[in-house]
Design a protein around this ligand. Structure first.
Ligand SMILES: C[S@@+](CC[C@H](N)C(=O)[O-])C[C@H]1O[C@@H](n2cnc3c(N)ncnc32)[C@H](O)[C@@H]1O
Length: 279
């Protein structure tokens, strides 16, 4: 997926994320990890950061690279709550500006910085980081092994990789299933989903050890449903606004994708998972 397509998608759909995902409060462009202690939308979105940070035990001595940092919510959370030094990278300048502003507002600008860079080909020297982090970003890479190779290069000895993302669960789909998957993947500028077993094998091939995978589909279902209902209930108005030229085709495809991500998740065509591994 080329950088221009990803930039256009995130710039045009930013308004939807602001309204529906409460971005000015949540600062997270990702699903919430719901559990007994985190049942509201905002608490679950923040909890995803906690779950990933606990999975690889991030502490104050860690240098973290947040790959596809969006508006910086996770980077700032990790710098603030775990005291780590975080470098966020993304392809969208507008998001990076918001991330820098958030870091200043939360008083962690000395520990959380942001740069325009592609996580498959970064400007950082070998062994620069202790943790490579990615929430719902690596799915945007055409070939996920490009990211894995870069992660292996960037991680210092003993470094950890942690990411949460969607993974394909079914190889052979019916034409309707394929079409439904395409509607959400195309609408969200995602070229394809990796199969979790293939992803694990690619980590093994790149020299990673202690590879772990948690199926977190149940935990993100409330977020998936939230998007589904907003998409369905908002359809009549959104279609009128498209006709009137008030909303763009990209925004409409974003809305349609929100419906199909849930239908396909409920149908078991993909799963939401958390990978962790060590260098
Ligand atoms: C769904 S958003 C998640 C943002 C953030 N991780 C969060 O949880 O709030 C995915 C982000 O990945 C970024 N992205 C996609 N491909 C990228 C690439 N090759 N290099 C850097 N960032 C990328 C997008 O611009 C977008 O901001």
């Amino acid at each position: 997926m080329d950088a221009g397509t990803i930039q256009d998608y995130y710039e045009e759909s930013h308004i939807d994320y602001q309204l529906i995902w409460q971005l000015p409060v949540s600062h997270g462009l990702h699903a919430g990890y719901h559990d007994d202690d985190h049942s509201s939308h905002g608490a679950a979105v923040e909890n995803m950061n906690r779950v990933l940070a606990d999975t690889v035990d991030i502490g104050p001595d860690d240098r973290v690279l947040d790959c596809g940092c969006g508006v910086g919510g996770s980077s700032v959370w990790v710098a603030d709550e775990r005291g780590a030094t975080v470098q966020g990278i993304d392809l969208v300048p507008m998001q990076l500006r918001k991330a820098r502003k958030l870091a200043r507002k939360r008083g962690v600008a000395d520990r959380a910085s942001f740069a325009l860079a592609d996580f498959t080909n970064t400007p950082f020297p070998d062994d620069s980081f202790d943790v490579l982090w990615g929430i719902e970003a690596i799915c945007h890479a055409e070939d996920k092994t490009d990211f894995i190779a870069e992660a292996a290069r960037l991680l210092d000895d003993g470094g950890r990789l942690v990411l949460s993302d969607g993974f394909r669960a079914v190889e052979n789909m019916t034409p309707y299933e394929r079409e439904s998957m395409d509607k959400w993947l195309d609408g969200w500028a995602v070229p394809n989903l990796a199969d979790a077993d293939d992803f694990r094998a690619a980590l093994d091939d790149a020299g990673f050890g202690n590879v772990r995978f948690e199926d977190a589909t149940e935990n993100v279902l409330p977020s998936s449903k939230r998007l589904y209902w907003v998409s369905r209930l908002g359809a009549p108005l959104a279609k009128l606004m498209l006709k009137a030229g008030i909303r763009t085709p990209t925004q409409e495809e974003n809305r349609v994708a929100a419906r199909y991500q849930h239908e396909t998740l409920s149908a078991g065509l993909w799963q939401y998972g958390i990978f962790a591994a060590e260098r």
